[in-house]
Design a protein around this ligand. Structure first.
Ligand code: DLL
Length: 435
């Protein structure tokens, strides 16, 4: 059996959960219809009235929401509460021209914190723990989410934010951190750094809560062994709240979705058809308790499988597998969402043809992004200095677009292999997803 933050909710019967979902969905649909023009127009076009939604069984009647909708409605289009009632804005980790921003009322923050508290308690956290948060703080939801969860549990919270490994390890040893919260790649990097410094016996860590990017079972075992901890997965996305949409329990076989706040569906990404539990498809969430930024049937683009098999931890909420891939081409590099189309835009703006390849590797647990770009015949030059100057210019332009460094290699015209079918733009050598 596991430890629960809200036992009566986390172990409620599936009938009870369905009842909560139905009640909350009915209320939420009225709220968005009355307050968000985009949803009102879409529902009117589809001939769906709020009264037609009587419970979860009517969910399929509602329109989907996509990332493009969020970009188009930026910044205030999907806001369902007056700004005077909102207390926080967060944003996705990508830096496309139009960012995705999400708003929160104090009530929204409280519920989000509770979701993260459930994850911390499931990982064994109590008010005796020192929770070391080195997810980024700021617009990214990782730091604020786990920070809020840790406060709810009553743990001593160390708001380290990311970077400065030396200081992370010093605080970890001096202050006796027991639960580590960060991306799995940073956890693996920290584990190596701790080994190199020979300070493993000074570390008191017992568990880690790692997410925001894909990681494999091999990586889990490696981190668990090197740090002598149990490593738990946590999933979430800014659009739906942030970390804590789902979290792993002691069974470590998938993540329980906080179904009293988010209704999960899996659909066929091509047709939109809802798939039964156990089938692989695109994960879709409806937020039924969010006030400021409630989304109906948000298409996450994450490919998953849902399971309602009985869990040995006693929790009854549906479990999702780790994301098994994406239904779009988004990459997460150094924790930042990167779309190949952003890279293409930069290249075309700088006068290059769209002959390029993006190569992502992971060396010493750190991601590297390399972009190989063909020069056009007019640009082709024998001068190394000239080529280096052009490469530097592209590095700068890509940094401005993506927010991260990409290594640029200009190559001779026609030297990137042409494929017969779809162009192979991305070679991700990290093999992060397992099916
Ligand atoms: O990454 C929220 C988060 C912070 C989750 C800290 C967990 C821990 P975004 O920046 O909006 O939000 O990115 C969301 O990241 O659609 C997935 O593709 C990916 N992702 C998040 N958690 C996991 C995970 C945060 N555990 C996008 N495994 C999502 C694999 C994950 N991918």
């Amino acid at each position: 059996m596991g430890n629960y933050f809200q036992p009566e909710i986390e172990t409620a019967s599936q009938e009870q959960i369905k009842e909560w979902q139905s009640e909350r969905l009915v209320k939420q649909v009225k709220h968005v219809y009355d307050n968000v023009a985009m949803y009102r127009e879409r529902m009117d076009e589809m001939g769906v009235k709020p009264e037609d939604i009587k419970g979860v069984e009517d969910l399929h009647k509602l329109p989907f929401t996509t990332k493009d909708d969020l970009r188009e409605q930026y910044p205030y289009g999907l806001l369902a509460k007056p700004l005077s009632e909102c207390v926080r804005i967060q944003s996705t980790s990508g830096t496309t021209g139009r960012r995705v921003v999400a708003f929160y009322t104090q009530h929204d923050i409280d519920l989000w914190d509770e979701c993260c508290a459930r994850a911390i308690v499931a990982a064994g956290g109590t008010n005796e723990d020192v929770v070391h948060v080195c997810y980024g703080y700021g617009l990214f939801t990782g730091g604020p989410g786990l920070n809020g969860g840790s406060h709810k549990v009553g743990s001593l919270t160390l708001p380290m934010s990311s970077g400065n490994t030396e200081r992370q390890i010093q605080f970890m040893t001096d202050l006796g951190s027991t639960i580590l919260c960060c991306t799995p790649s940073y956890a693996a990097y920290l584990a190596e750094s701790i080994h190199e410094r020979g300070v493993k016996d000074k570390i008191k860590l017992k568990a880690g809560i790692f997410g925001a990017e894909a990681w494999t079972e091999e990586m889990r075992h490696d981190i668990e062994e090197k740090l002598g901890i149990k490593a738990y997965d946590i999933y979430g996305l800014t659009e739906i709240s942030g970390p804590g949409v789902s979290f792993e329990c002691s069974e470590q076989t998938g993540m329980h979705v906080n179904e009293d706040h988010f209704i999960a569906e899996v659909i066929n990404p091509k047709t939109g058809e809802v798939l039964p539990d156990g089938e692989k498809g695109e994960l879709v969430f409806t937020s039924i308790t969010k006030e400021a930024f409630p989304l109906l049937r948000y298409r996450t683009r994450d490919i998953c499988i849902l399971s309602r098999k009985k869990c040995s931890c006693g929790r009854t909420h549906v479990k999702m597998t780790k994301p098994l891939g994406r239904s779009d081409d988004m990459l997460i590099v150094k924790g930042v969402n990167v779309f190949p189309s952003q890279i293409e835009t930069v290249l075309l703006n700088k006068g290059y043809a769209a002959n390029y390849q993006i190569i992502v590797t992971r060396v010493n647990n750190s991601d590297n992004l390399e972009v190989q770009v063909e020069m056009t015949p007019e640009m082709f030059s024998d001068s190394v200095a000239e080529i280096e100057k052009n490469e530097k210019e592209l590095v700068g332009a890509l940094k401005a677009m993506l927010g991260i460094y990409a290594d640029v290699k200009l190559v001779a015209p026609k030297s990137i292999t042409r494929s017969e079918g779809k162009a192979v733009r991305v070679i991700d050598k990290r093999n992060l997803y397992q099916s």
